[in-house]
Design a protein around this ligand. Structure first.
Ligand code: ASP
Length: 339
């Protein structure tokens, strides 16, 4: 009798501790000139709905004891499949009028990583990045080689026209007229800007996720169509481990969105992790410091950071960033604007 009671007590304690193990997922859908005035109520609701769906896809996996890697892939896939975000289906156009997609993923357990760059027929680039991580000896595959690999792995391939959307096409025409390379969520500008600076009037619709699973592992993933009117062959920060994506159980998981060139030059995602790990900075201070470096280089954007306790930081130097957080059993939160 006593033994039975003890067994029941142990089982209950185990169940409680498994339940109490923290888990969380944070997502972003890009940053840029996102103000209340620039979004209609319907459009805001549409963005919120996809962000909620993405969070839920990741949260469900974590709640059921699934891995952070599975959770970030599921969350990113939802946004890749939506035409609202500059990743997968809604990818922006290159100057040549094509869609070249980049994605990466990193597993905080053992710092495994995978990425693809410049793919044009892979429906969900984040899945290709994951396949590179899990099924190849490499970290980054580009172009034709990445596509052949995705095919070999049985991933869904599409005709390039799958990525054609009227909105992105019009965005390209406007950018061409003004000789600019805007970030995805930037509002169209009234005055033409000749300098073609990557930093001005840009919107960054890149998507990303960071997660902590019940086993205590972190993961991060990022996926993008890049920057409107980018040169063909241009690769940004999103598929570069250390620039747009980073995850290390010993520090934090990071996914970035912004003017990729400057995020590469700041090694932004790794910089945040290094500031946490080596300088003992809080994730918030580390994120602000990395974004200040990006700004000093002439860039802008945002990051999401998650630490080993499931605490999330959202930081951005733009007017807004599509973002969301689901932490344990708490009600998921979604935000878009600065305030
Ligand atoms: N960081 C992405 C790139 O430079 C763009 C974005 O975040 O929207 O390709």
């Amino acid at each position: 009798m006593k033994r039975l009671a003890a067994m029941i007590a142990t089982t209950a304690a185990l169940a409680a501790s498994a339940q109490e193990a923290p888990f969380a997922i944070a997502i972003h859908g890009g940053s840029g000139t996102i103000t209340r005035a620039s979004l209609t109520t319907e459009r805001e609701a549409a963005y919120r709905a996809v962000l909620a769906e993405s969070l839920e896809a990741g949260r469900r996996i974590l709640e059921g004891g699934g891995s952070a890697v599975d959770a970030v892939v599921a969350a990113v896939k939802v946004m890749e499949d939506s035409p609202l975000f500059n990743a997968g289906r809604g990818a922006v156009f290159t100057s040549e009028g094509a869609n070249e997609l980049d994605a990466s993923i990193m597993d905080g357990r053992g710092r495994r990583a995978g990425a693809v760059a410049g793919v044009t027929t892979v429906r969900n680039p984040v899945e290709a990045a994951r396949a590179v991580m899990d099924k190849s000896r490499h970290v980054l595959l580009a172009g034709r080689g990445a596509e052949a690999f995705a095919k070999e792995q049985g991933l869904a391939l599409v005709e390039p026209k799958y990525f054609w959307t009227r909105e992105r096409w019009d965005q390209l025409q406007r950018a061409k007229e003004r000789d600019r390379q805007p970030l995805d969520h930037d509002a169209p500008r009234a005055a033409p800007a000749k300098s073609s600076s990557l930093a001005e009037d840009t919107k960054l619709g890149t998507v990303g996720a960071v997660a902590l699973d019940k086993a205590g592992h972190l993961a991060a993933a990022t996926s993008t169509g890049g920057i409107t009117n980018k040169r063909f062959g241009r690769v940004g920060d999103s598929p570069l481990v250390g620039a747009g994506t980073w995850a290390d159980d010993a520090s934090v998981a990071v996914s970035a969105t912004g003017t990729g060139e400057m995020f590469i030059r700041a090694a932004a995602a790794h910089e945040i992790a290094a500031l946490v790990k080596h300088k003992g900075l809080a994730p918030r201070a580390a994120a602000d410091e990395a974004l200040a470096q990006v700004k000093a280089l002439g860039g802008r954007g945002g990051v999401i950071v998650m630490d080993a306790k499931g605490e999330a930081v959202f930081a951005f130097t733009t007017e807004g960033m599509y973002r969301g957080l689901a932490k344990g059993p708490a009600r998921p939160e979604i935000a878009i604007f600065r305030d």
